[in-house]
Design a protein around this ligand. Structure first.
Ligand SMILES: N[C@@H](CCC(=O)N[C@@H](CS)C(=O)NCC(=O)O)C(=O)O
Length: 87
C-alpha cells in the first residue's frame, strides 16, 4: 500500500502524483495543510524531519524527497518507463 502525504499547491507533490498516474497505481491520500503549518506537527516530523511534502510511506517504509520517491516508484513498476524530474 502507498500512502502519500501531499498538498495541492506543492509542485514536488504533484510530481509524485503524476508518477503514480502515469504508472496507473492507486494510492491513499494524507493531505497535509502546509498553509496551516501541519507539516510542523510532531507526528509528521517523525516521518519527514524536513517538514515538507511530499512523503511516501510504502508498506511502512518511509521515503522522502520527491525525486527519490519518483525514482522509487519508477523502479518498482516497469511500464511505462519514466524519467524523474528534479524539483
Ligand atoms: N526537496 C524537497 C522539497 C519539498 C518542498 O520544498 N516542499 C514544499 C512544497 S513544494 C513544502 O512542503 N513546503 C512547506 C514549507 O515551506 O513549510 C522535495 O523535493 O521533496
Amino acid at each position: 500500500m502507498f500512502i502519500l502525504y501531499h498538498h495541492g499547491s506543492s509542485v514536488c507533490a504533484a510530481k509524485v502524483r503524476l508518477t503514480f498516474a502515469e504508472k496507473g497505481i492507486s494510492w491513499e491520500s494524507r493531505y497535509v495543510e502546509i498553509l496551516k503549518g501541519e507539516q510542523f506537527e510532531p507526528d509528521y516530523l517523525k516521518i519527514n524531519p524536513n517538514a515538507v511534502v511530499p512523503t511516501l510511506v510504502h508498506d511502512g517504509y518511509v521515503i522522502i524527497e520527491s525525486t527519490i520517491i519518483a525514482e522509487y516508484i519508477n523502479d518498482l513498476f516497469d511500464a511505462p518507463p519514466l524519467s524523474a524530474y528534479r524539483c
